[in-house]
Each structure stands twice: as structure tokens, then as C-alpha cells.
Design a binder for this molecule. Structure first.
Ligand code: GDP
Length: 200
């Protein structure tokens, strides 16, 4: 898919105030600092469409962008930032769960995982929650340029194996990306394009 336009629409803290258009919507979410803003900028080839986070945990809003006047790309707040208070963690959880429960236009969630790390409880639990709520998702491994090919293979296999050995019958679809090297861009955009074609 060629990106011909990518425009910021709005930021919100309430699902009810998100755009009313019934366009297919794709959400991007992951731990703070996972590389979400960089990935969104790489996908859209816009230098600073998504703000790369100066201070993780600060941008707690749902950000809508419209791509090719056809689909929404949604930048959700990063989770798992240790320095936010318990109260704000709860508020955050409520707000994210409402987004996933209420947003009918949502077609797929892309859950970002830093390819260098061992599977983390917070990510596994989040994907389990998506699964129990029947929300389609795929994994996007980020920062692949930081590892050698053999290490990428080992880490990805380890991650997927842990998932299928615990609760998942099938391995979720996954992508390997690097925003600094542009790796995985075509795969991700083609995947979105294919879904858009099937549902239009
Ligand atoms: P966010 O908090 O998830 O939006 O993460 P950012 O996109 O702001 O990235 C967090 C840090 O990781 C920044 O220092 C980025 O430069 C770095 N980063 C993000 N993506 C990549 C990547 O693909 N490769 C490398 N080497 N660094 C990356």
C-alpha cells in the first residue's frame, strides 16, 4: 500500500468522543518506549506524525490519524510505565479497556513488543485480555536492527513458543520491524491493505 496522505484528526481521553466515521480502524499499543511513535512515523513516512515520547507515560490520550482518507490509524497510550501512581494506572486501565470494548470500528490491534526482551507478564496478560474479549490482534516486534538475525529468530521463536505453551492454541500473527531500517513496513501495510480490501 502506498501512503498518499496521513493526517492527524484528534486526541481524546474519551472513547465516546472519538471520530464517528465508520472507517476501518487499526490500533497500535505497547509498553512505553517500545518504539510505537517511531513505528507510526516509519509506516506513514512522516517524520513527526506521532510524537516520540520525551517523557514516557505522559501522553495518555487516544490519537486518531486518517490514512489515505480511508482508514484510521490509532496511537494508544503506552502502558506499564512504573512511575505513574496506582490511581492513574487504574484510570488508564479503565480508559483503555473501554476503548477496546466500545470501539466497534476497530479491526485489529497491533501489540508492540521490543524484540530484545524476554516475554513480560504485562504484555502477555494484555494479549490474554484481548483474546478473552475476542479482539483480533497481531504482534509487532520492534527494534530488530538491534539484534543479529540468529538472535531475532531465537527470541521470536521463544516468544511464540511461550504463548502457545500457555494459553494460545494458535500462534498469533507477528511482524518483525525496525523503524530505523524500515524493516517490516511493506509487510505491515500490505496486511492492513488486504484486510481493508476484504471488508470493503
Ligand atoms: P514510544 O514511547 O513507544 O512511542 O517509543 P519511541 O518511538 O519514542 O522510541 C523510544 C526509543 O527507542 C527512542 O529512543 C527511539 O529512537 C528508539 N527506537 C524506536 N524504534 C527503534 C528502532 O527500530 N531501532 C532502534 N535502534 N531504536 C528505536
Amino acid at each position: 500500500m502506498k501512503i498518499t496522505s496521513a493526517t492527524f484528526v484528534m486526541s481524546n481521553s474519551q472513547v465516546a468522543l472519538c471520530p464517528k466515521d465508520r472507517l476501518a480502524e487499526y490500533a497500535f499499543i505497547g509498553r512505553s518506549n517500545v518504539g510505537k511513535s517511531s513505528l507510526i512515523n516509519m509506516l506513514t513516512q512522516r517524520k513527526s506524525l506521532a510524537k516520540t515520547s520525551g517523557r514516557p507515560g505522559k501522553t495518555q490520550l487516544i490519537n486518531h490519524f486518517i490514512i489515505n482518507k480511508k482508514w484510521f490509524l490509532v496511537d494508544l497510550p503506552g502502558y506499564g510505565y512504573a512511575r505513574v501512581s496506582k490511581k492513574s494506572k487504574k484510570t488508564f486501565q479503565k480508559f483503555i479497556t473501554s476503548y477496546f470494548e466500545e470501539r466497534e470500528q476497530l479491526v485489529n490491534a497491533f501489540v508492540l513488543i521490543d524484540i530484545r526482551h524476554e516475554p513480560q507478564k504485562i504484555d502477555l496478560e494484555f494479549m490474554e485480555w484481548l483474546g478473552t474479549h475476542q479482539i483480533p490482534f497481531s504482534i509487532v516486534f520492534t527494534k530488530a536492527d538491534k539484534l543479529k538475525p540468529i538472535e531475532i529468530e531465537t527470541n521470536v521463536t521463544n516468544y511464540i513458543t511461550q504463548m502457545t505453551e500457555s494459553i494460545w492454541e494458535e500462534a498469533p500473527k507477528h511482524f518483525i520491524t525496525s523503524s530505523s531500517k524500515g524493516i517490516g513496513r511493506d509487510d505491515l501495510l500490505n496486511y492492513i491493505d488486504e484486510i481493508n480490501r476484504n471488508i470493503s
